[in-house]
Design a protein around this ligand. Sequence first.
Ligand SMILES: *[C@@H]1O[C@H](CO)[C@@H](O)[C@H](O)[C@H]1NC(C)=O
Length: 391
Amino acid sequence: MAKPAVSSSWIWFLSVAALIHMRTVFSSSSTSSRCYTAIYSFGDSIADTGNIYYDTEHIPSSTSMVLNPPYGETFFHYPTGRYSDGRLIIDFLAERIGVPLLKPYLGIKKGKIKTWNSLEGVNFAVGGAAALDASFFLEKGLYDVDVPASYSLGVQLDWFMDLLPSICNSSSECKEVLGRSLFLVGEIGGNDFNYLFQLGKTIEEAMTYVPLVINKISWAINKLIDLGAQTLVVPGNFAIGCNFFCLKNFPSSDMEDYDESGCLKPFNNFADYYNKQLLAELNRLQELHPDVNIIYADYYHASLQLYQSPEQFGFTKSILDSCCPLGNANNHNVPLKHCGEPGLISCNDPSQYISWDGVHLTEAAYKWIAKGLLEGPFTNPKNGFSCNSDI
Ligand SMILES: *[C@@H]1O[C@H](CO)[C@@H](O)[C@H](O)[C@H]1NC(C)=O
């Protein structure tokens, strides 16, 4: 077939016209976030877009249920490894920023994903990941077959270093390329505490681990900044006291432990305490690196608004309801089965629910949280995602 006869100057003109058009479109939108060329993401199941899918030999059977239907039923129509019925917060961020949905690193590494461009972003987040290394949990005698914690933040940073030559080589090139990228560091750390709670540790004991987790996140942020990262979004923990899993597994006989929305105050207070410590550390890092944007993403309040006024966001089901398996958190005698187990009944319309599988949220809930981050007010500084630079 003959090449189309288009002169190079014509192409040049089209590009300029397209650029001018893009500028108009994006500068008129409330979030002019197109200036990021890539997203690199680190975290756990909240942001895993399929790493777990390519790591079937390591994951415990309970976690592997995510590879079964009805996971993915709403948007992808098949299980992708995402812990939801559809898209995650990270997917909505990618859509808004205008980069492709993030490819999972392990799929690339294992040669299972054939087409990928690491310059458009890569996802290192893995379901079950903790901030602290597995060796830490082992040494403390906190390791358990159901507590894999195998792909810590440190491991994910190593993966990023392995992949770095496909993104940039010289240090000046890395500063430029990574400087145009958005780094999502978290949510990570939630599992460190989830594991402690599941092993029967008290909230008081969990609090003693807060500085260790935050130090690890701070270490990762510093490492990324050294490499050239200029924009880092660092989420805190969710309002875990309103989470279905928490309500079902850690009920209190003292009604004083519940707030007016039915959430467990001690767990929410713990998440709030952790988030305040994290924010203080981010403020400290921001002062050390005034030329970098460190943005705190307030997952706590972005999720709390849904739990407090579900109907205002289109959810007809309460915080006690889970879609998959279909269940009520007040059924304390029935152990929580894993969504994806054959024969379980799930709900007809996940968009009516906040909780998808008892632990993770529905696409509908994640969409609201993403909106709250991108359009405000749930970032610190406010409008954190809009670009300062004039690209
Ligand atoms: C970095 O160098 C390696 C080896 O020369 C090369 O294969 C790779 O494409 C380079 N990366 C970039 C982003 O140019």
